[in-house]
Design a protein around this ligand. Structure first.
Ligand code: SF4
Length: 652
């Protein structure tokens, strides 16, 4: 039976809300397929506003991969702002997709991509508006299977009650695997009903179905064990790893959002994974090993994407883009190819030690020279050793000197506060570092007209990293340390005015910490916070620390745990962590040893260029590091002879 669009009812409400254009769909390269011709139908939800969700690469890729498959339909949905939510409730309009404006509750699957845990309350709004029971146990065969993905799904325990399943790792093949299972189940007449489908998913060992695992607790609140509920359910669930990124050259037809979004550019992922080994970085750990895209494939994606979108900026994305083994050639080739056009290139993520002024010059050849951003993360040499960010103060000064000397006037530096073993003195060294940066910049540029902005946020320990055992710094201490740093910068009469200072209040980090390392008991906190009005918790104007603390006090009233227990408590070696049964490929023993090495100030190298140090990923996952040189340029990337200019951009 065709499913009716809710657009006529929605349209009547749109004049009464902010930014109505975000709800209308019909973007360039959007797809609306025939409902009845599809055997499996996905609604893909990004649980944040359109302006954040629409440019999200992961969503765009899955949207295309699914819509390219025969008999499969995928539409996008985003969280609606509270103004529209209120009107939808008043007029009985359900949560909809922006493509066909079909009710989300009519789809077979609701795939939710979590980049951050602060989107959890928006999931509940979406489920509730869609008429899908909040708790998975209350759903029947008529409701979509709610499936979580994205980085936050590597510990989905806090949302275990609300989701039916989670998929860890790369989504491209995983969504097709799930689609095939759902198609077969439907074709066979839905054997076993909803339970039959969830059992089939759980038995694969690559889809996590929380309801098929029991959690037992010790009297002191720690977890005693997590065990499958049946003999044929695997005890651990493994992440998905796409080995050959060249075989998946997506997005082929990037969406061009209608409303203003956080990124107004086309993005191309030049490699996935990172082996630098920064101990705080969950993304680096859970996406191992490094898999590079060849220059030829990157060039093709860029060429095709620009033709199909009309974008004027291309972002070469990855966790540390200047680390691509052929970045120099790639940047020069693309700059040559698009010289004289309005196309600008950017590397949104660059490490200090991989930065090269020639490379930056190539990227800004299109005329725009925006500020440069680096992330030393730690203020002192000692703390950078603890976090394994092997950037010395000399590296940083050399790099910024070169940048200011080459004409840049503005450098941004990112840091974290609250790193393990950190003291006030470590954080105060950020002020000294920024002063040295300005001094070096004035000398190199021959002018006093230069700036350096210090941006600093609270550190949140994350699952599947060596810091998963660490105590988080309390928000009062974070705020006190940052206030002392601000005073040190502002009171400096020689440099203070050239240094900008941006910092975040420590309280949202505590809630993020609770949600990141929480277990199933934290689900009640999320539900309480949502029922008390929690929405868009990643937005400072919507976030309420008091609401979360009240929600937690109610949820934990009869438990031996509280917010401090989840956040500022250091875990012991033998403690069962809520995500231990979810396999990111990293050997827990190796993570522990790396945590001990961190405290002792020991460093590990980048295994792309140094011998393997056995983190476990390649063996467990049957993968290996995939780096260039590809030697397969298929497009006339460069019009200059190869090897000119950028040799220094190669990683050491
Ligand atoms: S197993 Fe070895 S080569 Fe593979 S990611 Fe880990 S350290 Fe690197």
């Amino acid at each position: 039976m065709p499913v009716t669009s809710v657009f006529p009812r929605l349209e009547a409400l749109l004049p009464r809300v902010q930014k109505p254009v975000q709800y209308v769909g019909g973007e360039v390269n959007a797809v609306t397929k025939d409902w009845d011709a599809a055997a499996v139908r996905w609604a893909l939800l990004y649980p944040d506003a359109y302006e954040v969700g629409a440019p999200n690469q992961g969503m765009q890729i899955l949207y295309e991969v699914l819509n390219e498959a025969d008999g499969v339909l995928a539409e996008r949905a985003y969280a609606v702002w509270p103004d529209l939510e209120a009107l939808m409730r008043e007029h009985g309009v359900p949560q909809f997709t922006v493509d066909g404006h079909r009710p989300v509750g009519e789809f077979d699957l609701l795939g939710v991509s979590f980049s951050t845990e602060l989107g959890y309350t928006n999931l509940l709004t979406c489920l509730d508006l869609a008429g899908i029971p909040l708790h998975a146990k209350d759903r029947d065969v008529t409701h979509p299977v709610v499936l979580a993905g994205g980085h936050a799904a590597f510990n989905p325990e806090p949302i275990a009650d609300f989701i039916d399943a989670a998929v860890l790792g790369d989504g491209e093949e995983a969504v097709l695997l799930v689609t095939a299972l759902v198609r077969d189940w439907k074709a066979a007449g839905r054997p076993g009903g909803r339970t039959g489908l969830l059992d089939a998913l759980a038995r694969t060992g690559s889809v996590y179905v929380p309801a098929r695992y029991d959690v037992r607790y010790l009297p002191d609140g720690r977890i005693a064990a997590v065990t499958p509920t049946a003999a044929d359910i695997p005890s651990r669930v493994a992440k998905h790893t796409l080995v050959d990124l060249d075989a998946w050259p997506y997005p082929r037809a990037p969406l061009v959002p209608l409303a203003e979004t956080v990124h107004e550019r086309m993005s191309v992922e030049i490699f996935r994974g990172c082996t630098r080994g920064c101990r705080f970085c969950q993304a680096g750990m859970i996406t191992r090993p490094v898999r590079e895209r060849s220059m030829a494939t990157v060039a093709q994606i860029v060429d095709n994407g620009l033709r199909r979108t009309g974008y004027e900026e291309v972002g070469l994305l990855s966790l540390s883009s200047a680390d691509h083994s052929e970045i120099g050639e790639l940047a020069r080739g693309l700059a040559d190819r698009y010289e004289g056009t309005e196309t600008a290139l950017s590397l949104p993520s660059t490490r200090v030690d991989a930065f090269n002024v020639d490379l930056a010059g190539e990227l800004s050849r299109g005329g725009r020279r925006s500020g440069l951003t680096f992330a030393p993360e730690g203020g002192s040499e000692r703390i950078r050793q603890v976090i394994n960010k092997m950037v010395t103060e000399e590296d940083l000064i050399r790099t910024v000197t070169a940048a200011y000397g080459a004409g840049w006037r503005q450098v941004k530096l990112y840091f974290m506060c609250g790193l393990p073993t950190e003291t006030d003195a470590d954080v105060l060294q950020i002020a000294e570092l920024a002063q040295r940066v300005i001094e070096a910049g004035r000398q190199a540029a021959g002018t006093r007209d230069i700036r350096c902005t210090v941006s600093i946020g609270g550190f949140v320990p994350k699952p599947h990293t060596p810091f998963q055992w660490a105590a988080q710094l309390g928000h009062e201490q974070t705020d006190a340390r940052l206030a002392a740093l601000r005073d040190a910068i502002r009171s400096d009469r020689r440099y203070g005015r050239a240094i900008g200072f941006r910092y975040h209040d420590g309280r949202p980090g505590i809630v993020e910490g609770l949600l990141s390392r929480g277990d199933r008991r934290v689900g009640r906190v999320i539900e309480n916070a949502w029922r008390a009005g929690g929405r868009f918790d990643g937005w400072s104007e919507h976030f309420s620390f008091d609401r979360w603390m009240t929600a937690a006090a109610q949820a934990f009233a009869d438990e031996p745990v509280d917010v401090d227990w989840y956040t500022v408590r250091e875990r012991g070696r033998d403690e069962v962590l809520p995500w231990d049964h979810l396999d990111a490929g990293l050997d827990k023993q190796w993570l522990w040893e790396d945590w001990q090495a961190a405290v002792a100030g020991g460093e590990v190298g980048d295994c792309r260029w140094t011998p393997c140090y056995d983190c476990g990923v390649c063996d467990t996952m049957g993968t290996q590091i995939e780096v260039g040189p590809s030697g397969r340029p298929l497009l006339p990337l460069s019009v200059r002879p190869a090897g000119v200019g950028l040799a220094d951009a190669q990683p050491r």
